[in-house]
Design a protein around this ligand. Structure first.
Ligand SMILES: [Cu+2]
Length: 135
């Protein structure tokens, strides 16, 4: 009886890991529009190499800027925010980007913004959640 329960619990946790929509992934696939990130929530494992794929379907330049933990660009991205950038990539209108970066090693929530002028105010923000990487 006890063993059945343990097997069921193990199977259930495996299922949650493999098909949990909010589980960590080493892939970020994001579409940029005027003015949104779709999706706008990402969960990645700490310290892992992340494959980043994105298309800019908008009519203006967009950016995917990950801010350092505990920092925020606030309502406008300006020069004061430059030292707080963890990683960023810029995509021209109609363009695509395929690249990689190393996820932050510290678990927690990180702000993602588009640094093009006025885009934060237009709602171009997202959240990156970094979770401890248990191998
Ligand atoms: Cu933008």
């Amino acid at each position: 009886m006890k063993r059945t329960f343990i097997i069921a619990a193990v199977l259930l946790s495996l299922m949650l890991v493999s098909c949990g929509g909010g589980g960590p992934s080493t892939k970020i696939n994001v579409t940029m529009t005027d003015f949104q990130f779709q999706p706008n929530q990402f969960t990645v494992p700490a310290g892992q190499e992340i494959t980043f794929s994105s298309a800019n379907n908008g009519a203006v330049v967009h950016n995917f800027v990950i801010m350092n933990k505990g920092t925020t660009a606030g309502p406008f991205f300006d020069d004061e925010d430059l030292p707080n950038i963890f990683w960023q990539v810029e995509i021209q209108p109609g363009g695509t980007v395929e690249t990689t970066f190393t996820a932050p090693t510290e678990p927690g929530d990180y702000e993602v913004v588009c640094r093009t002028e006025g885009h934060i105010a237009s709602g171009m923000t997202a959240k990156l959640t970094v979770v401890a990487d248990k191998q």
